[in-house]
Design a protein. Sequence first.
Length: 636
Amino acid sequence: MAKKQFKAESKRLLDLMINSIYTHKEIFLREIISNASDAIDKLCYASLTDENVPYTKDDYKIKIFVDPEARTITVRDNGIGMNQEDMERNLGVIAQSGSLKFKSENEDLSEADTSIIGQFGVGFYSAFMVSDFVTVKSLKYGETVGAKWESAGTSGYTVSECPEKTTVGTDVIMHIKEDTEADKFSYYMDKFVIRDLVRKYSDYIRWPIAMDIEDQHFTESKELDDKGRPKYEYVTDMVEVVMNTQVPIWQRSKSEVSDEECKEYYQKMFYDTNEPISVLRINAEGSVSYKAMLFIPSVPSQDFYSRDFKPGLRLYSNGVMIMEYCADILPECFRFVRGIVDSPDLSLNISREILQHDRQLKVISNNVTKKVKGELIKLMNSDRKKYEEFYKSFGHQLKFSTVSAVQDMREMVRDLLLFDVAPDRQCTLQEYVDNMPPSQDRIYYVCADNLRTAMRMPQTEAVRGKGYEVLYLTDPVDEFVIRALDHHGDKFFQNVSKGDLGLFSEEEKEATAKAAEAERDLLDFMLETLSGQVVDVRFSTSLVSYPVCLSSEGQITLEMERYFRSVPGDDGSIRAARVLEVNPKHPSMDKVREAFKNDKARCADMTKVLFGQASLIAGMPIDDPAEYTELVCSLF
């Protein structure tokens, strides 16, 4: 029989595998068991449409045999099996996944009685981390002649008929390497080590994983002693023991599984090196019954804010996976939540289209969504520091959902948002409103690139002077969030850089208007000087110590313009209507007045400098920095 060679890239990958691509060699058993579970899943799936399948669900199991004398570990399943062609395709090329192809060929696989765990390919070749020779014997369901695959590693492999394999399923026989100074491979020949590895890595495989264990005990002998009493002897029997719990962790009660075990399960299942910030366990009974185990991550995954991220919970019916990523259970704002929902009321044959309109799923969705929000509110109230850490990670997601979601989702997220009100303090909208003095009738906010700049914005002086707090918005999306929310309770939002702030009496406003009218010629001159750059120049009532500030009119604010400027491909067409506000009581205005009387050209230059200063304070670019620099220098 001719030995076949692996492809060059496969041979290199196998060499890496043999020399331990994994940190822990012990995971080889997890990979082989997962493949065995896949094979059973496939035959179980076939039984849904083929009544000739000889097994019922209770007949399926995975059996492990340890033979210290032969130095072998065998993992046997009674699953779908493979023929020679399957072995060539699935075992002849590393990283070729029979399970993956099976899923792609059966697009409704997630709606059937199956849950593909591992993938024949790289996982299977983990056997060579502890084995120097691997034999696979298999009989495919529906066929009469078995197949055998053998390999000693990178030297190649052979595929042949296997007449001695007469039962449907697959045997993976691993000949364990001899011990070296660096590695004691005999460690894996201990049945109790194998049992511990099964419980560590494969405890939640839903098929029984069994092994024959020696059971030593005293038993009554047929012989009698001198007094005619029966003798007892110490005997050893081999007893088949199921090593895994089979019951998924989410199906077990809180008394059986601690939060620490749940967190460990999350890290293994969702490949997160960080513990989740919170674990939710739900056991609901009623018109719709379901169990759920949900995890709120502490940090986002690397692909969370990319298109590659797949949101959604794993959806099961009686332990059978219907859908790996069911995005219909939780709204977009909670897409960071991971976990499992298992309900006996959901049909295995339910399609994705029907699922979107499924009454039971809608009930589950409403309940689970409320639970997630309730958990976040609880975290916010009980451990504010931990919630603020969570918000650093996922606050963007909550904000984006506020902007894009329907009104119901805006209300869902409203209570979860945090805003800076001081360098060391954040608050919710409700906390802000609760802290408002009786004289305050609106929620003030200001937008800037960072907190320090926001706190130094000239327009905030008058607001803070009244004893009112200001929301400092430093995220580019914050302005859109505020617009989407519109108000909180009966309090509406007020941008301190736009419009009447409602801080001054009618008498104060009238006095400012009279002062402006008295100096209309000066203001008109300044407006004409800045023609095309501003729509108005006016005396400000909100400035205290600053000479100028920049505000806007219309729907487009300065913050929105700044946001659109940051978007690639922006052509600059979205531009706020600027208003230059000057402080009539500031000493600089006395210089401007003097220049207006005696030197109009100098007054024009001073006006341009004031506009440049206002633009810089507002975080807006100066159209001609070189000209601005010359103007500043010319005034010395």
